[in-house]
Structures are given as C-alpha cells and as structure tokens.
Design a protein around this ligand. Structure first.
Ligand code: THU
Length: 131
C-alpha cells in the first residue's frame, strides 16, 4: 500500500491547478500534478471544448507538458477534484500514463482526504506495443 501522506506537496499543487480548469460544460474542475523520475513537477487541468470529444483531461494535460519538455519517465501523479467522490483517472488517462511508467504512484484527492495506488493496479494487463 502506498502512503498518500508522502505526496502532500503534489496534492497541493494538483488542487491549485484545478483553479485553472476550463470546464464550462461539466462544471467538474480537475487538477493534476505530475512528478517525473528526474524530480520535475508539471501541473495540468482539464480543458473542455464545445466539441466535447476535443476535451483534454487534467492528467493528459500534465503528461503532454512533461513529455513535450523531454520528460518521459513518470514517478507519480496527484489528481484533485473538490467533490464527494475520489477523482480516479479515466481509462484513456490510465493508458497514457502507462506509456511513461508502470510503477508510477497515482494519488487521488478531494476535500476529505487522499488515497494512493500503483498505476499497474489501476490498469492491469495494459496494452503495450513491441516491435
Ligand atoms: N476529467 C479529467 O480531467 N480527468 C479524468 O480522469 C476524468 C475526467 C475531466 C474531463 C471533463 O472535463 C470533466 O472531467 C468531466 O468528465
């Protein structure tokens, strides 16, 4: 079991990132903070679009920022939503995160607490591409 208390700073950054969420359609603001194996942190928020399918989740916004800066090895990601349910990453985000780490910690947090999981537990038997 991973200890969410070890990720307090990451959770705070995810919470702050949720303030920038562009979510006029769902009113569901999400923030993410991604820690790379090299020790850098990239934040992200969900970015909705009038063409709903073009919406970006907070986790994938953070992942795109990290990879576009040359960081392709992820250690942990905190995801925050201020609501009654824990904001577990959607299936597409789990798949995208797994491209850049199987061992990453995924911390979900809301106003009443936090829980931490290993990504491989949230996405068992994931798809991988080998040439
Ligand atoms: N959302 C995320 O940001 N992350 C997830 O893992 C699931 C969903 C966003 C997308 C959309 O803007 C809103 O939450 C409602 O689905």
């Amino acid at each position: 079991m991973l200890d969410p208390d070890e990720y307090e700073e990451l959770i705070e950054m995810a919470k702050a990132a949720a303030d920038n969420a562009y979510a006029p359609y769902s009113d569901y603001a999400v923030g993410a903070a991604l820690l790379t194996d090299s020790g850098k942190i990239f934040t992200g928020c969900n970015i909705e679009n009038a063409s709903f399918g073009a919406t970006l989740c907070a986790e994938r916004t953070a992942a795109a920022k990290a990879v576009s800066e040359g960081e392709t090895s992820f250690a942990a990601i905190a995801v925050y939503h201020n609501g009654p349910e824990m904001p577990f990453p959607c299936g597409i985000c789990r798949q995208v995160l797994s491209e850049f780490s199987r061992h990453a910690a995924v911390i979900v947090a809301n106003e009443s607490g936090a829980e931490a999981f290993e990504l491989s537990k949230l996405l068992p038997s994931s798809f991988g591409f080998k040439k």
